[in-house]
Design a protein around this ligand. Structure first.
Ligand code: FDA
Length: 396
């Protein structure tokens, strides 16, 4: 029978937030233990950004986050900015580059980021215990008791950094939410975010032929608008613009796609009608789009295959309207299987925005994705993990 081991802080979850919190707490002289059931630390970091980890965004600011309380993230983000994390990356000699829109990626591999966090943990003596299932957690009025398959641990401070529900095959579980509920916390409804849309069978089959094709679009609904690429897939629509909008979309809703941002389709079609009256409407569309998209889209819309000269202003206006305001009604999303994040989570009303500490149970902290703060695509979610971890570590 193993003895009960005592620490100043136990952190559940050796992901982005947990590891970043661990080394900073240890650097302050605390005895820190991180427990994770996975066999490897930072699994999501390793697969992030296509294996190169988009570790932060140069333009990260509170406007890039969704939360029932949009003010909650401000304090942590302002006290640990993207520049603080960039300084850490540079201290470790990790080469990086901006890909687009302020998104910073490792030049070599996401492994560099995990190694950096584990090196910091080593340097300050924070212990990371992997392959350890947690059986139960309780608080006896003074300390937390964490019972695991490999023995019991005791600490006056417990940090929950278990992440969200996305990608269960990487070890995601609802454990963080369950623990929050155990201590009386409210969980705001969770759903998959930054996730591809799926289409109804008829549209899916038609557009499935375009799988792999990408267009620069503006995707919008009444809540948000994103000017980025849209990718056709066998299941529906993906690419950055779709992933971004998915976080602002609710089942059953329709959204609008401008397939020709920056153009005035009506004016350009009228000009073409004058300049090339014998050109067909379908061919005219190929001046903007790849042939296979132009043909399929025109067929879908049942636009007549006729010369431009024979196209009335009303028809051109309808074409222009569809090109600038294509209405898409997905039948759903691909769900947690492929989602990058989980929206919703531990209600921020019951947490301190300065320390991430529970207002209901002293000594209990929630950081990273388990909290109801979700970033856009582009390095914003890691920046929240780093910033919330720092706010917590400073106050332990
Ligand atoms: P994270 O998920 O990193 O860590 C949680 C840890 O808790 C895991 O190690 C897990 O094993 C552990 N755990 C869970 N349940 C447990 C239990 N019951 N017992 C013990 N341990 C348990 N973001 C970004 O900013 N840039 C990017 O490039 C990407 N790319 C990306 C790609 C893909 C495919 C995904 C799925 C996600 C991204 N993200 C991203 C999002 C980013 O990975 C995510 O927001 C952070 O990893 C969240 O950090 P956390 O530490 O909160 O959770």
């Amino acid at each position: 029978m193993s003895q009960c081991q005592q620490y100043d802080v136990v952190i559940i979850g050796a992901g982005a937030a947990g590891l970043h919190c661990a080394w900073q707490a240890a650097a302050r002289g605390l005895q820190v233990l991180v427990i994770d059931h996975a066999k490897q630390a930072g699994k999501k970091i390793l697969i992030s950004g296509g294996g190169r980890c988009n570790f932060t965004n140069m333009y990260a600011s509170p406007e890039n986050y969704l939360s029932a309380n949009p003010h909650f993230c401000k304090s942590a983000l302002s006290r640990y900015t993207q520049w603080d994390f960039i300084a850490l990356v540079e201290k470790h000699g990790i080469a990086y580059h901006e890909k687009t829109l302020g998104q910073l990626f490792c030049d070599n591999s996401a492994k560099d980021i995990v190694r950096m966090l584990l090196d910091e943990c080593d340097q300050y003596g924070a212990k990371v215990k992997l392959r350890t299932e947690i059986q139960d957690v309780s608080h006896d009025g003074e300390v937390f008791n964490i019972n695991t398959e490999h023995g019991a641990f005791v600490a006056p401070k417990l940090v929950v950094a278990c992440g969200g529900l996305s990608m269960p095959k990487l070890g995601a579980t609802p454990f963080g939410y369950q623990l929050a509920e155990q201590f009386g916390h409210r969980i705001l409804p969770v759903r998959a975010g930054l996730v591809p849309f799926t289409l109804h069978d008829e549209t899916k089959q038609a557009f499935g032929e375009l799988s792999g094709l990408s267009l620069d679009v503006v995707a919008s609904n009444e809540r948000a608008s994103f000017k980025e690429a849209m990718l056709f897939t066998h299941r529906g629509l993906s690419g950055p613009s779709m992933l971004q909008l998915s976080s602002y979309w609710h089942p059953g809703e329709t959204f609008s796609v401008d397939l020709l941002p920056g153009h005035d389709a009506m004016q350009e079609l009228q000009q073409l009608r004058q300049q090339k009256p014998k050109q067909s409407l379908h061919t005219a569309l190929q001046s903007w789009f790849p042939k296979r998209f132009a043909q399929l889209f025109a067929d879908q819309q049942q636009w007549p295959e006729r010369k431009l000269a024979d196209c009335s202003n009303a028809l051109l206006a309808e074409v222009a309207q569809q090109l600038h305001h294509w209405q898409v009604k997905p039948n759903g999303t691909e769900g947690y299987r492929t989602a990058e994040v989980t929206l919703g989570g531990v209600d921020t009303d019951e947490l301190s925005s300065k320390t991430m500490q529970s207002k209901l149970q002293p000594g209990l902290f929630f950081i990273g994705e388990v909290v109801d703060v979700t970033g856009w695509l582009g390095g914003y979610n890691f920046q929240w993990a780093w910033a919330s971890a720092h706010a917590c570590a400073e106050s332990l």
